[in-house]
Design a binder for this molecule. Structure first.
Ligand code: HEC
Length: 115
């Protein structure tokens, strides 16, 4: 009985250790393999940009609803510059986490894949 109690304590200590030790930043790593719009970029745009850059009257006349829209703004416009601009960030509420912004850099490096 005594040994069993000790064993449970060790197991609890081990499991809490291995779970509690992973820093938050490392839990949001850039996915492995090439970044693509449908899987990696679209969900970010949908949750962070579409409220202002969607619909019939988008802010700054900038629509970010389709792959072509977003690619065009990243490739030929200021999208990547603005999401990384601490003085004038997009979204305007503040810079997104580094790991989220890194997705866009990697998307560019991988050639703006759609899927
Ligand atoms: C709360 C509303 C709001 C949200 C959310 C928002 N934007 Fe904007 N965005 C604006 C407004 C307003 C402007 C025009 C003023 C300015 O440039 O700061 C703008 C301008 C921009 C511009 C410059 C367009 C140009 O032609 O000069 C880009 C690029 C942009 N937003 C990208 C994004 C991206 C990408 C996201 C999401 C990561 C985002 N925005 C989220 C309101 C928003």
């Amino acid at each position: 009985m005594k040994n069993l109690t000790l064993l449970s304590l060790i197991l609890i200590a081990m499991s809490s250790c291995s779970q509690g030790y992973i820093p938050i930043a490392e839990q949001q790593q850039v996915p492995s393999g090439p970044i693509n719009y449908q899987r990696d970029i679209r969900p970010v745009i949908a949750s962070r940009c579409i409220s202002c850059h969607g619909g019939s009257n988008p802010e700054a006349g900038l629509l970010l609803e389709t792959y072509i829209d977003v690619r065009n703004s990243a490739e030929n416009g200021s999208l990547i510059q603005r999401i990384n601009d601490p003085a004038n960030p997009m979204p305007s509420s503040g810079l997104m986490p580094v790991s989220t912004r890194a997705l866009f850099d990697q998307w560019r490096a991988d050639g703006y894949l759609e899927n």
